[in-house]
Design a protein around this ligand. Structure first.
Ligand code: ATP
Length: 455
């Protein structure tokens, strides 16, 4: 097969795919497979030819090899990202070249295929790419309706990134403080991705007892252990075709991290008690409020798994860095809480919220408003209804320092602030706050009493 423009077939409204590969037999294989799927393909053998096709046509998908005679496939990925962002592009990488695949995903590739190309995988990839919504414009509106609210530059950037990530199959690591919207962002990525018809399965990795982890994640066969009286599917099976959201991923024990890495690499799962592995197609989005890189440095998280999960990082900004969004969030949350009959918010209360540091982020704002709505008089939320932790104000937090107090007073103030922040973060749940602070429940209770903290 020659690789010039003459090769283009006449086509009606068939979806078009641009194939870029310098090997004639691979071009032919791809061309034929796409034709059988009811698609039409243009084939290019070089970066220059691909550029020519792209300038002349709109494509529903581009499949490109990574090594081309006059350049790298990644150039095409970048060019498409800049000039033709509606076209998903997938790269074909040499066998075992994970780094290339990761580089392409980071540069904006939708997905990758490893050589030798497995036709089943190719068909799956093509179907996913063609089921993507054609316009990215729709996502911003959709993200707003999905409640990722805010007009600040920081949250606008997050929405934009969510839009781009929804058009990719890359693993995403969502970082950010507790309550900053990590799960909300992960749900949005899934909802606007080619996987949206399949389930989004959220898993709190910190909440599963260690001895049950393997069977919960991978399922088990009847008779695998006492009590296994029938076959059961795990989280991976439940998320097949969809997205598995690994929340608090830093809490996974090391042994489980090894098993997870294997599943991600092999794209296969073996149930507990089974002899064969089953192929599994799952996109992984992970998150933790901790600094995952720190966990790697301390040896608590495997570096190889870290790089597998953190192909692209989405950073959720803390609420205190986007104070301008508070009025909008307050209005939307009060409306939701009030369910048709929302209380009003006094300007002084809004001012108090606008200068508060929100250690528990949007979740804390929700809790504060829910409590205030229930307790306020005359359906008007006043500053005293908010019960803001007094030391949680920004100016005070920034000021820090000793201010002429004795060492004991200083220590008490620091302790008090840490406790108040932990209580606020956990919606005043003492057990959870104690866990967050790394002290026992009894120790926390004693400190609360000693410092005269009122909840
Ligand atoms: N930008 C936002 N607009 C509206 N609501 C938001 C926004 N961000 C977060 N929320 C709301 O705040 C709450 C906490 O969000 P979410 O559970 O996504 O946070 P998280 O970062 O995953 O928390 P954690 O670290 O504790 O798991 C949810 O009820 C969510 O709907």
């Amino acid at each position: 097969m020659s690789v010039n423009r003459v090769e283009r077939r006449p086509r009606g409204e068939l979806p078009r795919v641009l194939v870029v590969d310098d090997e004639a037999d691979i071009r032919e294989l791809l061309d034929l497979t796409l034709l059988r799927m009811g698609l039409t393909a243009d084939c290019a053998g070089t970066v220059a030819e691909a550029k020519g096709f792209l300038a002349a046509e709109r494509y529903q998908l581009c499949l490109t090899d990574m090594r081309l005679p006059d350049g790298e496939g990644i150039e095409i990925v970048r060019l498409i990202g800049e000039r033709y962002p509606e076209t998903p592009v997938a790269v074909i990488t040499a066998f075992g070249s994970t780094e290339n695949a990761v580089a392409a995903l980071k540069a904006g590739a939708f997905d990758y295929l490893a050589k030798p190309v497995a036709l089943e995988q190719l068909r799956g990839l093509v179907k996913s790419a063609l089921s993507l919504p054609q316009s990215r414009q729709t996502l911003d509106a959709a993200a707003r309706s999905g409640n990722l609210l805010g007009e600040s530059p920081a949250i606008t950037q997050v929405r934009d990134m969510v839009g781009r990530l929804a058009r990719s199959q890359a693993p995403v690591y969502v970082s950010g403080e507790s309550g900053s919207g990590k799960e909300l962002a992960a749900r949005l990525i899934h909802r606007h991705s080619a996987r949206s018809a399949a389930p989004f399965v959220p898993v709190n990795c910190g909440a599963i007892p260690e001895n049950l982890m393997e069977s919960e994640f991978f399922g088990y066969r009847k008779g695998a252990f006492t009590g296994a009286d029938s076959d059961r599917e795990g989280f991976f099976h439940a998320a097949h075709g969809g997205t598995l959201f690994l929340d608090e991923v830093a809490d996974l024990p090391l042994l489980m991290q090894v098993k997870l890495l294997r599943v991600i690499q092999e794209k296969k799962v073996r149930r507990v008690g089974a002899t064969v592995e089953e192929p599994i197609d799952v996109r992984i989005i992970s998150a933790t409020h901790r600094n995952l890189k720190d966990c790697v440095d301390k040896g608590a998280f495997r570096e190889d798994l870290y790089w597998r999960l953190n192909v692209i990082e989405l950073k959720m900004p803390p609420l205190r860095e986007r104070h301008e969004d508070i009025p909008l969030l307050v209005a939307a949350l009060v409306e939701r809480i009030g369910d048709g009959n929302p209380p009003r918010v006094a300007p002084e209360a809004l001012h108090a919220l606008s200068t508060y540091s929100f250690p528990g982020n949007v979740r804390e704002l929700e809790n504060i408003l829910e409590r205030a709505s229930a307790l306020c008089a005359d359906a008007l939320i006043r500053p005293e209804d908010l019960h803001l932790a007094p030391t949680g104000h920004c100016d005070e937090a920034v000021e820090g320092g000793r201010r002429g107090e004795t060492l004991d007073q200083h220590m008490d103030r620091v302790e008090r602030q840490a406790i108040l922040e932990a209580l606020a973060k956990t919606g005043f749940n003492r057990t959870a706050a104690a866990r967050l602070l790394g002290v026992t429940f009894r120790s926390l209770r004693y400190r609360i009493e000693r410092l005269g903290i009122e909840e």
